[in-house]
Design a protein around this ligand. Structure first.
Ligand code: HPA
Length: 252
């Protein structure tokens, strides 16, 4: 199959439940070192629907790196060094507001960051020129709209505010009440500093969130890993369909 060069080179960051991409024709695997250390896993260069893409498993493959231990700076740097021109970040989340039902996909449009102690900027060195990126709208709107278009038949929700918590534990019910009061619709552990680092390197970035569970306190039941994995399995098959559509539509 001919690999078209018309489209921007897209990178996919796979989250929990997406360590590998179905239908990906793997062309090569690259072990990359960056000034910030090693990324979570080898980067996979492949093609989907005839389009070149780069895939990175955020938690490693197999899944072994907890959200607060991910080397976000190395991950985004490594993707850039292989030529990524836009990033689709797939991420498991908990649902807070009523529309955010388990197994549903959401393309969020805002972020509130509650994480702490993470290496969160490329402008950290004393010698580096300090740059204050504009982050008013953290996700790239064109990329968001392309994902929403592909999700039209998949019951994808087209907005929402993502609250990023530190993890690895899930939240208390009171913490979720606070996040909801703040305006969060979704809660996850990996959205930041990933999105901000992509902006620092000027790479358009959007998130495709998959709802794994109702957030803490939203149901009486304890949140179990079995429930999370079950919903992720369902949601990730929609992600695979959405990505197929994305690469086909953007081929021309
Ligand atoms: N909270 C935070 N992160 C998550 C959750 C959650 O309930 N579910 C999946 N990732």
């Amino acid at each position: 199959m001919r690999v078209s060069n018309n489209m921007k080179t897209t990178a996919i960051i796979g989250g929990s439940g997406l360590s590998e991409l179905a239908g990906l024709n793997v062309l090569e695997t690259q072990s990359i070192d960056t000034p910030y250390g090693k990324p979570s896993a080898d980067l996979i260069v492949g093609e989907l629907a005839g389009q070149r893409l780069i895939f990175l498993a955020r938690h490693g493959n197999p899944h072994q790196i907890a959200p607060h231990n991910i080397n976000y700076r190395a991950n985004i740097w490594a993707l850039k060094s292989l030529g990524a021109e836009q990033i689709i970040a797939v991420a498991a989340v908990g649902g807070i507001t009523p529309e955010m039902t388990p197994a549903r996909l959401v393309i969020p449009e805002q972020i509130i960051d509650y994480s702490y102690g993470r290496e969160q900027t490329y402008f950290a060195e004393a010698s580096a020129a300090v740059e204050h990126i504009d982050f008013s709208f953290p996700y790239d709107e064109a990329l968001r709209l392309a994902l929403i278009k592909c999700g039209a038949n998949l019951n994808v929700y087209s907005s929402g505010t993502y609250g990023c918590t530190q993890g690895p534990r899930l939240e208390t019910a009171a913490e979720i009440t606070r996040l909801e009061r703040d305006g969060c619709d979704l809660v996850g552990m990996t959205g930041m500093p990933e999105a901000a680092l992509a902006r620092e390197l000027k790479i358009p970035y959007a998130c495709c969130a998959v709802i794994a569970n109702w957030a803490a306190g939203k149901t009486q039941a304890e949140i179990s890993m079995a429930e999370i994995m079950h919903n992720l399995e369902q949601g990730m098959s929609d992600v695979q369909r959405l990505l197929q559509c994305f690469f086909i539509l953007n081929k021309a």
